[in-house]
Design a protein around this ligand. Structure first.
Ligand SMILES: Cc1cc2nc3c(=O)[nH]c(=O)nc-3n(C[C@H](O)[C@H](O)[C@H](O)COP(=O)(O)OP(=O)(O)OC[C@H]3O[C@@H](n4cnc5c(N)ncnc54)[C@H](O)[C@@H]3O)c2cc1C
Length: 287
């Protein structure tokens, strides 16, 4: 059945255990994780149609294993884990990984962002996640008992969806980040703040290789959030999401910045007289 027909056939959700903002790969993967743990989840996505922008072309390392553990590689038409890459290119420079042998963790899954999103959306729906397209989150308020999320849908009055937890998977210019005051300018952030959590790169690194980290973030957060919702998690468990994933975000930022610096064009001023002989193409007489 057509996605929109299905959406209109189901009554609009007024509440959920968890509201996820954003139906990109991260939000959809998190929704799958939550549904696998039996958590009632609504995903709110402002776009009516899946994103056609050319974004990530692949994911690498642990995130590939995470997708494999959930049987998603098969759904992407891959048979088993891809072979680990013998060479990794950093800032255009080849780094041989041959010495790592069987311990080489650099497994590369070449998958287009759109293809991944399509498979994840189908899987999330199959698992019972309620994915609402054309629902633009415009704000939210937190209380001790939960979160009240304000949504605008085309041609309709604002409506609200209440939840125990809200997770922002809404990309680089995330409203959840801004409104929750989850800030860490210039870096990839993964935070839980009271009733809202964040899995989204900041604008500064959202063009970088952040999909890997986001999938791993979602895998880390999903079961912990499920534990909090279901009431079996100790109070401290959700906090480990930040303590474990925040340092990873910092490393992603550092690597992305270092790579950009290495690939940036050098100074453009003409070489000084003192340095010009070293650059001379004319062989010295003794050579
Ligand atoms: C040009 C480009 C190239 C890239 N190349 C790579 C790469 O090679 N490797 C890699 O790992 N990563 C790459 N990335 C980054 C990668 O695409 C992102 O990490 C990935 O898209 C993150 O997925 P996401 O689900 O977190 O966010 P997104 O894909 O950005 O999805 C966020 C969703 O939230 C929705 N949304 C936003 N605000 C609201 C709101 N208020 N209410 C409701 N919905 C909302 C948006 O419509 C969107 O669908 C690239 C990014 C770009 C832009």
């Amino acid at each position: 059945m057509d996605r929109r027909v299905l959406q209109e056939a189901n009554p609009a959700p007024a509440s959920a255990n968890v509201v996820v903002v954003g139906a990109g790969p991260t939000g959809l993967f998190l929704a799958c994780e939550l549904r696998l743990a039996g958590v009632n989840v609504v995903v709110l996505e402002r776009s009516l149609e899946p994103d056609r922008t050319d974004k990530a072309h692949g994911t690498i390392g642990l995130s590939v294993r995470v997708l494999d553990n959930r049987g998603l590689l098969e759904r992407l038409g891959r048979q088993g884990l891809p072979e680990a890459a013998p060479v990794f290119f950093y800032a255009g420079m080849p780094l041989s990984l041959a010495l790592l042998g069987a311990d080489n963790p650099v497994t590369l899954l070449q998958v287009n962002h759109r293809e991944l999103e399509h498979v994840l959306e189908a899987r999330a729906a199959e698992l019972g996640a309620d994915v609402r397209r054309g629902w633009n989150v415009t704000g939210f308020s937190q209380s001790e008992g939960g979160v009240d999320v304000v949504v605008r849908t085309a041609g309709e009055e604002d409506r609200s969806v209440t939840a125990l937890y809200l997770v922002g998977c809404d990309g680089g210019s995330s409203i959840v980040r801004r409104q929750a005051g989850i800030g860490f300018p210039g870096s990839t952030d993964e935070h839980t703040v009271d009733r809202s959590a964040m899995i989204a790169p900041s604008e500064h690194v959202s063009h970088g290789p952040t999909l890997n980290a986001a999938i791993n973030d979602a895998a880390n957060l999903g079961w912990k959030l499920a534990g909090a919702v279901k009431g079996w998690a100790p109070d401290t468990l959700l906090g480990t999401y930040e303590s474990e994933r925040h340092p990873v975000g910092e490393r992603v930022l550092m690597l992305t910045q270092a790579e950009s610096a290495l690939m940036a064009p050098g100074p453009t001023s003409p070489p000084s007289a003192a340095s010009s002989p070293k650059c001379s193409a004319t062989p010295a007489p003794s050579q």
